[in-house]
Every structure is written in C-alpha cells, then in structure tokens.
Design a binder for this molecule. Structure first.
Ligand code: C5P
Length: 222
C-alpha cells in the first residue's frame, strides 16, 4: 500500500493537448507537450496518491504507476473526467482546445479543382475545469486549474479563477520568448482566494513537486 501524505487520496490529473478532427486524417491541435501535467502526476504519485491521468495526445510518455486514460478530443476528455469522479482533488493541466470543427468531414477532404479553400466552422468545446468545479454532486474538495497567458497574466488568471469556479489557478506566461510552452522550465504564480504567490523559474519537475506538496497540505485534515 502507498505511503506518504497523499496515501488513500484519489487525484485526477488532466494533461496534454487535445486533437480536434477536421477530417479522418487532419486535426487542429496546440503546442502543449504534456510535460507539466506528466510531472504533476508523477509528483502526486510519489506522495502516495492514487492518480487517474487523463491525457490527450502528448509528446512525452505518461508516468508509470498511475492509471492512464488516453483521449483525443475535448469531449472525450470531459467524458473520461466525469467517469473518473469522485476524487479528492482534480488538477486540470490539459491544454484543451477551446473550439472543435463543427463541420468535420467523415472522409478525407479533397481539392475540388476550383482553387477554392474549404471553410471550417467552429463550435465551442465544453469547459472541463468549469464543469468539474461546479459539479452538482461530485465536486472534488480541491480543484486546481492552469492559465497559460500571453499578456496581463495575473489579471487574466485571477478573473479565470472566479469564472471557472476552481480553488487555485496556476498561472504562467507562455509568450514564445519565455520558452515555457514545450520547454522544461516554468515560472508560475499560484492564485487562490487567499492571494497570490509567484515562484521563480524552475524545472517543471520542481514546480510539480512543490504543487504536490501544497496539494497534500490543503487536503491534510480535509
Ligand atoms: O480558459 P483557459 O483554456 O485559458 O483555461 C485554462 C484552464 O482551464 C486549464 O486548467 C485547462 O485545463 C482548463 N480547461 C478545461 N476545458 C476547456 C478549456 C480549459 O478544462 N475546454
């Protein structure tokens, strides 16, 4: 049996990008590698948690010793997350596509010889973090969201925490010059109802260990 401060705790982690099909061979994706979510799942496991790891098509392999549920689209991710509840905590590190292609084709789209390009129509994806945060019967005791922003990081992340109804937001600056997205380091600010705390740039593994410690502290006695 696992030992550690999170022994007996069930923690759900989402990670990676989602892929939203355009047709059977093409999709819309984003640059998330899944590195931070994977590091978090490993750190939570190391503290003794039973980790349910719901991951989109990430470029880093999932950690060992966790329950891995692989999905592709945002809607599949939501379904997997809802099926995994209840949990003591949920950490939503996935970079979920905000939109899916509403007019995705069932067979491969072809050039029609006229030079006209096809028009894609988009539909909004479900917000998994907001759904979990406002779950009527199985809201985890602690819900942690992430906010990857390119400007006004703290202001946007603070608003996001309230809008989504989560307890903490882990905010980071993903402007290309920071090297954070797809890189191995991260500089985050943790925003909660009690205020905010900025951590210096450190490895994603170290961010994960510190966050896992903090999660263990928050669940302690809960
Ligand atoms: O709104 P935005 O995508 O910036 O919010 C980021 C946070 O919300 C992350 O924790 C992400 O995992 C979560 N999210 C989600 N479902 C979505 C969009 C974002 O769970 N459809």
């Amino acid at each position: 049996l696992a030992a550690g401060p999170l022994a007996g705790r069930r923690v759900l982690v989402t990670s990676g990008p989602t892929h939203e099909p355009i047709d059977p061979v093409r999709y819309i994706a984003n640059r998330s590698s899944g590195a931070q979510g994977t590091a978090l799942a490993a750190a939570l496991r190391d503290l003794g948690a039973q980790v349910i790891f719901v991951t989109g098509p990430a470029s880093v392999p999932p950690p060992s010793g966790v329950q891995v549920i692989k999905v592709e689209t945002a809607r599949q991710m939501l379904e997997a997350v809802e099926a995994a509840l209840p949990a003591d905590a949920a950490v939503m590190a996935a970079a979920v596509a905000d939109w899916r292609v509403a007019n995705a084709a069932g067979s491969k789209m072809k050039k029609d010889g006229t030079g006209r390009a096809p028009g894609l129509e988009f539909a909004e994806n479900p917000d998994i973090l907001a759904t979990v945060s406002r779950h009527p019967s199985a809201r985890p005791g602690l819900v942690v969201g992430f906010a990857a922003e390119t400007d006004e990081v703290i202001a946007h992340a603070t608003a996001k925490r309230l809008r989504k109804g989560c307890d903490w937001i882990v905010a980071n600056d993903v402007r290309p010059d920071t090297g954070i997205m797809g890189g191995s380091s991260n500089a985050v600010t943790i925003i909660s109802a009690d205020g905010q705390e900025s951590w210096p740039m450190m490895g994603k593994d170290e961010v994960a260990r510190r966050l896992a410690d903090r999660i263990a502290g928050a669940l302690d006695g809960a």
